[in-house]
Ligand binder design. Structure first.
Ligand code: RUQ
Ligand code: CUA
Ligand code: CA
Length: 645
């Protein structure tokens, strides 16, 4: 199938053409003169059509990967943004960035961290200020049904303030944030793919979270220097309620997290089995581990009350330490030894193998899912027997991705390469077959890759078409922009025997992990449902100023190109809450609301309601205006806040 065929068959966009757009918004209240202004401002062109080279002045596509003007991408790519704290949405194969979803950061365009609704999700201090306004998103994974993405949620970690966030994929907005107790350095994250006991539940109900840094438990100021007693916990969060279900006390730490396709196991790599607090000591052992959690047994133990609690946390904690889990048939955890300071763990799309990348060992370790289950059944002597291959693949292996033809692609940080290797070949070589083909191809990437991920690669629908190498350094690849460089995201075609570099895209610092989803899976809303907002101002007639002592509520609506209140009066010392509903029903017709000298700025999308609360303590005139270009008369879209002495 060619790119074009694919786009045709996958294209689900409604045909909202220029003419229809004109008929709805741009014409409202406009003279002929304003009309062209409205159009050029909005620049809404016709829906994607077949791009015949040269026809109608359209630009011809030059390569099979090029997404011609007006055409749509085949895939969405969702990326964590690292310490920028947000989530980004791109299209592939173009690499075009569509949206930034604020999550743990403050976003003054959207009003994230400014509106009351977003503050309620982020959490506030007693004075109403947001609790945390920074975050570090590393790992994001969507919810699953039947072993593939269901387009419902995306879960993403915050390594700084130990929180798990959920993003709704229909609105592409964060709807929940949960604080994890008893841990620090929340890093790896992965939702389960089905229930380990109830086979009728074939979708995500749990999200697993690994903590990388060990701390005294509880961390209340005692035992600060008793480093040997520091511990890490593995956490399970309920995917629907977003409440923390349980935690497991472990030896060592957690790094990346993976889950099996049958829901039975969750896994985390461990680089600090030394349980050291200092850098050098974390590398003192030649072996670390990949740690497996038996989810059903853990939940039985929680039910049976074999739990403890730390500090004032109400989350039950079971004992997953080595000493308490020596007997396989009752063990909650299985520690599989693998070489020095491993990093990523990724499961192959056939559900059979976990690939752990060596980092300080030039190898990847393949662990068979069946054999880990056998260890839990008491049928293996040693956990290490679950390792079925350990190919030497290059220096600094970090993360592994897969195609649907039995090949693995591992990023080599130190070698600055992507290496393609055969799973079957590696297993045969491990069994002694000297002629088994293991490494099949190498591709230089620019430079020093962190994550690599393939199209639909972490699902049963893995399609083996594209691989992206998210590289940590761009050096000379782009026009220089000062000391802070962008990173390089490189698109690689993996459909043939050899990997082919398609293009480089600069990405603002600093994506870690991403996933590539077929676009037919995602069904975004175009306008909100007014009924989803209990505080909606449903009619312009409901607008007004409502006083309750010093608390004043100002209700208004936006309908292009006006706010329902041209002015409103409040008094010095009031606590003002503004509730704004955007009654426009037209796709893409967003308004903004900003107030001069009051640090207020947010948007309302079609049929959405948002509110802000602030103090007014300076008498005077303060203009409120629409910040989001909505109409030819956007500049005139204003209201006046009159603050009386
Ligand atoms: S881990 S590359 Cu969170 Cu590798 Cu970033
Ligand atoms: Cu409303 Cu600009
Ligand atoms: Ca180590």
């Amino acid at each position: 199938m060619t790119q074009d065929d694919d786009i045709k068959t996958l294209d689900t966009q409604p045909d909202l053409g220029r003419r229809k757009f004109l008929g709805t918004t741009a014409l409202v209240g406009l003279s002929g003169a304003g009309l062209s202004l409205g159009l050029s401002a909005c620049n809404k062109e016709s829906a994607p059509t077949e791009a015949a080279p040269g026809a109608k002045g359209e630009v011809a596509a030059h390569s099979p990967y090029e997404v011609a003007p007006g055409k749509l991408d085949t895939y969405y790519m969702f990326s964590s943004a690292g310490h920028a704290g947000d989530v980004r949405v791109f299209g592939l194969p173009s690499g075009r960035e569509f949206k930034r979803i604020p999550v743990f950061n403050t976003d003054c365009m959207v009003g994230w961290g400014i509106t009351n609704e977003s503050k309620a999700i982020i959490g506030t201090n007693p004075d109403g200020s947001v609790k945390y306004d920074t975050g570090d998103t590393h790992h994001l994974h969507p919810s699953y049904t039947d072993g593939t993405y269901d387009g419902k949620y995306l879960f993403v970690n915050d390594k700084i303030n130990c929180r798990l966030a959920r993003v709704r994929l229909d609105t592409m907005e964060c709807d929940r944030i949960t604080q994890l107790p008893n841990i620090q350095g929340f890093h790896g994250t992965f939702p389960d793919k089905r229930d380990p006991v109830d086979s009728s539940i074939n979708h995500t109900t749990r999200v697993f979270c690994g903590s990388e840094f060990s701390i005294p438990l509880p961390n209340l100021g005692k035992g600060l220097d008793d480093e040997a007693a520091y511990r890490s916990l593995f956490t399970c969060v309920d995917a629907e309620s977003m409440e923390v279900r349980w935690q497991v006390l472990i030896d060592g730490n957690c790094e990346l997290v993976a889950t099996s396709y049958d829901g039975k196991l969750a896994a985390t790599t461990q680089y600090n089995t030394e349980m050291a607090t200092k850098y050098e000591e974390m590398m003192s052992l030649e072996w670390d581990t990949c740690l497996f959690f038996n989810v059903a047994r853990i939940e039985e133990a929680v039910k049976a009350g074999k739990v403890r609690y730390y500090g004032d946390s109400k989350v039950p904690v079971v004992d997953g330490t080595k000493a308490a889990n020596a007997e396989p048939k009752s063990a909650l955890t299985c520690y599989v030894p693998i070489p020095k300071n491993p990093h990523g763990v990724n499961i192959s799309p056939d559900g059979k193998y976990y690939a752990c990348a060596g980092k300080l060992s030039p190898s990847a370790s393949l662990i068979a899912h069946e054999l880990v289950l056998k260890w839990f059944d008491g049928e293996l002597k040693e956990p290490r027997e679950a390792v079925v291959a350990e190919p030497e693949i290059g220096l600094g292996p970090l993360h592994t991705a897969f195609d649907n033809r039995g090949n693995a692609y591992t990023t080599l940080f130190l070698d600055s390469q992507m290496v393609k290797w055969s799973i079957e070949g590696a297993i045969k070589a491990y069994q002694g077959d000297k002629n088994a083909p293991v490494v099949l191809d190498r591709l230089d990437v620019h430079y020093q890759p962190g994550h690599g991920f393939t199209s639909m690669g972490e699902t049963r629908e893995c399609d083996g078409r594209f691989l992206v190498s998210d590289n940590k350094f761009s050096k000379d690849r782009f026009l220089p922009v000062g000391p802070l460089h962008p990173e390089t995201s490189q698109l690689i075609d993996i459909s043939g025997a050899k990997m082919t570099l398609v293009h480089d895209n600069p990405v603002a610092s600093e994506p870690h992990d991403s996933i590539i989803i077929r676009r037919d899976i995602i069904k975004p809303l175009q306008i909100y449902n007014l009924d989803d907002f209990p505080n909606a101002v449903r009619d312009a007639k409901e607008s007004g100023v409502f006083r309750d002592g010093r608390k004043v509520t100002v209700k208004l609506v936006s309908q292009a190109p006006a706010f329902s209140l041209r002015e409103f009066r409040v008094k010095k010392g009031d606590e003002v809450t503004i509730i704004l509903t955007n009654l426009d029903k037209v796709e893409d017709l967003t308004h903004g609301f900003a107030i001069q000298r009051h640090n207020i700025n947010f948007i309302v999308n079609p049929q959405e309601t948002k509110s802000v609360t602030f103090k007014v303590d300076r008498p005077g005139i303060y203009w409120c205006y629409c910040t989001h270009f909505c109409h030819a008369l956007h500049m005139e879209m204003r209201s006046r806040m009159i603050v009386e002495a």
